[in-house]
Design a protein around this ligand. Structure first.
Ligand SMILES: *Cc1c(COP(=O)(O)O)cnc(C)c1O
Length: 354
């Protein structure tokens, strides 16, 4: 691997040549009193709040606020209808269907693979090591001339751990395609984010989301941080109004509450540690993996039996026992202290079949 990153080369020809859709909001951006340019309904909306006007296609106000919170210039931010939109756009911009491939490092988030299939892009897999870290040699051997992207998730879902920073840096420095680091759980982590490294690595794309720590999964707002050139590619491809007006307004309001969110994060981390400790004492627990996220991966003697037992108690966790390297494993999201105590209480009365 030698980093010979060249964005223009990496971009699909149809995208390089693309003339993007030009909306009414693109053509006229100033203030005006009579707007007769977008075929909107000038009467208003049959709601208390008006949504009759198209929203800002580039979400400038929202990006400015995020820019202050994240310490990244607004021009380095793309906002998507969830992180999933950013993932899909990356495939459509950089991977030629039926020709190119991407590298995934299972066990990891399932959407990278689904999005590859949707876009008819081949997948190469190099499993994480037994301690869920990157197999750098395996990755170097597997990459070929058509490998366009590597997806890394840190903290990783479903394992919960962060990837070693030096390993990620090695890949960033040596891989000639895009390195996508999914930091959906970064707020719960001891590790530093990579969003401050955008000037260092032109091939870096960092994904974050308002769906987890910010408690806004229902709004669908994902963020991608990258060089200005990569952000321009995102903006060229995205549907003109991908973030609706209600989401933009509600997210702006939510972002005023950093203190509340930070208090939730501190409590969730404390609860994660409490829950991990309690789980370690339980006889049917084989291993509790260390977590940097808001969930815990637990290896148990009879995962399906325990899963079903909890469903009967109206407690739903995730059975990950069929996933690569996760035999016997269940994934438990950290809830409120009350919810976690209900879980602990239920587990105290649990007995394996054999
Ligand atoms: C939950 C999660 C996301 C969030 O996706 P959204 O589309 O932004 O809700 C992204 N990546 C990982 C690894 C996740 O677990």
């Amino acid at each position: 691997m030698a980093n010979s990153f060249d964005l223009t080369n990496l971009l699909r020809e149809n995208i390089r040549k693309l003339i993007p859709y030009s909306s009414a909001r693109d053509e006229f951006k100033g203030e005006a009193s009579v707007l007769l340019d977008a075929n909107e309904n000038a009467y208003g909306s049959p709601l208390e709040r008006n949504y009759n006007r198209y929203p800002d296609p580039l979400q400038q106000q929202l990006k400015l606020k995020l820019s202050k919170i994240k310490g990244v210039p607004a021009r380095n931010i793309f906002l998507g209808n969830g992180s999933d939109e950013a993932i899909d756009i990356l495939y459509r911009a950089f991977c030629r269907p039926g020709i190119d491939n991407v590298l995934l490092v299972p066990p990891t988030y399932g959407m990278y693979e689904v999005s590859a299939h949707i876009n008819d892009v081949a997948i190469k897999k190099v499993n994480l090591t037994a301690d869920f870290q990157l197999d750098l040699e395996g990755i170097a051997e597997t990459i070929d001339a058509n490998t366009r992207m590597i997806f890394l998730c840190s903290p990783n879902n479903p394992t919960g751990n962060s990837l070693h920073r030096e390993d990620v840096e090695t890949i960033l420095a040596n891989f000639g395609g895009l390195v996508v680091i999914d930091e959906a759980y970064i707020n719960y982590s001891r590790q530093k984010t990579f969003i401050q490294e955008l000037t260092e690595y032109s091939n870096l794309v960092v994904l974050q989301t308002l769906s987890k720590a910010w408690g806004l999964a229902g709004l669908r707002l994902g963020m991608a941080f990258a060089s200005e050139e990569i952000i321009e590619v995102f903006n060229k491809i995205k549907p003109p109004y991908n973030i609706n007006q209600a989401t933009q307004e509600l997210a702006l309001k939510a972002l005023d509450n950093v203190e509340t969110v930070n208090a939730w994060i501190r409590e969730a981390v404390a609860e994660r540690e409490r829950l991990s400790e309690v789980l370690r004492q339980m006889k049917f627990v084989v291993h509790v993996y260390p977590s940097d996220a808001n969930f815990i991966l637990v290896k148990t003697v009879e995962p399906r039996h325990l899963y079903t037992y909890l469903v009967e108690k109206s407690i739903i966790i995730r059975d990950r026992s069929k996933v690569e390297l996760c035999a016997g494993c269940l994934r438990i999201t950290v809830g409120t202290p009350e919810e976690n105590s209900l879980l602990v209480e239920a587990l105290a009365h649990y007995h394996p079949e054999n």
